[in-house]
Design a protein around this ligand. Structure first.
Ligand SMILES: NC(=O)c1ccc[n+]([C@@H]2O[C@H](COP(=O)([O-])OP(=O)(O)OC[C@H]3O[C@@H](n4cnc5c(N)ncnc54)[C@H](OP(=O)(O)O)[C@@H]3O)[C@@H](O)[C@H]2O)c1
Length: 276
């Protein structure tokens, strides 16, 4: 894997998180290339030693840099995927592994644009990849060689953990882990608002909530205990925590989470219907 030439087409938040993880894992920068829309973004990548071109300065940047790639990672917005695949189709090596990170873009849509390429992979990373703690879901096209999913797994393990699933599960996975950081941050926002409404300063609320979140996550990871067990350890029978859990249960939190997931899945299907 250390010899693979990897080309990122679109290197914004998600693309650069994976690129940086790969560099941090020791992949030689001379084997990594990247494209962006603006010259400003490309210049920042070049300053970090990456061979980068912008569409602003070379309109054929995507085609040019992917033409000798072993792996192409698509980090453009979903609505741009079809155009970018059309741009690169004729020059892209036939055995290249093409990994899309785009929400809602199906493998069949990729295959329509790249009919002669079999190694198509759909991925759904999340932003904690930026700190090497990402979770990425992967689904391979049925025609892909077994080595293709191994390469994608290796790539995303540079920025965290990987779960391989069937493509039909990718939209639900996107809602759970791809959008997962947004669920978490929204809970933190609400939790802090409640703390502030109850007389704590913003600073105190941030310490109380963020510190509790970070500590609890670490405890969950380091003890290996089930969350329900860790929760029971905080919940004395007849005590105050019990009332909190009962209030959340009565509000049917699980049903609310299910509705949120289904709304995201419905939107992913709309995006797929729009072809991005
Ligand atoms: N952000 C997330 O949490 C997340 C999670 C999972 C999956 N994704 C997926 O990841 C993809 C990228 O999302 P993002 O949040 O990283 O977006 P982003 O930050 O806006 O990055 C998009 C990148 O594409 C570049 N670009 C625009 N047009 C281009 C073109 N024609 N050719 C090559 N590069 C082009 C942009 O260049 P400039 O920098 O010059 O504008 C930028 O580097 C999306 O498909 C999204 O569905 C995102």
């Amino acid at each position: 894997m250390q010899q693979l030439k990897i080309c990122f087409l679109g290197t914004g938040s998600m693309g650069s998180a994976v690129l940086q993880g790969l560099v941090a894992a020791g992949h030689p920068t001379k084997l990594i290339s990247a494209t962006t829309r603006s010259e400003e973004s490309a210049a920042k990548l070049r300053a970090a030693g990456i061979s980068a071109l912008s569409l602003e300065s070379s309109s054929d940047a995507n085609e040019l840099l992917s033409s000798d790639a072993d792996v192409v990672v698509l980090g453009v917005k979903p609505y741009q995927i079809a155009d970018v695949l059309t741009e690169i189709r004729s020059e892209l090596p036939k055995d290249a592994v093409v990994i899309s990170m785009a929400a809602g873009i199906e493998l069949t849509t990729m295959a329509e644009k790249l009919p002669e390429h079999n190694n198509l992979i759909r991925s759904m990373p999340n932003t904690p990849a930026l700190v090497g703690k990402g979770v990425t879901g992967l689904a391979a096209a049925p025609q892909a060689a077994p080595g293709a999913i191994e390469i994608a797994t290796w790539l995303f393990e540079a920025v965290g953990e990987v779960v391989e699933v069937a493509e039909k599960q990718i939209n639900a996975l996107s809602a759970i882990s791809g959008s997962g950081p947004a669920w978490m941050y929204f809970l933190v926002e609400k939790w802090e608002q409640v703390a502030i409404a109850n007389g704590f300063t913003e600073e105190q609320a941030a310490t109380l909530v963020r510190g509790t979140l970070a500590g609890s996550a670490q405890l969950l990871a380091s003890t290996g205990e089930e969350p329900a067990e860790l929760r029971r350890k905080v919940t004395s029978p007849g005590g105050t925590t019990e009332r909190i859990i009962a209030t959340l249960e009565n509000a049917k939190l699980e049903q609310l989470f299910e509705a949120a997931l289904q709304a995201a899945v419905a939107r992913a299907k709309e995006i797929a219907g729009d072809k991005g």
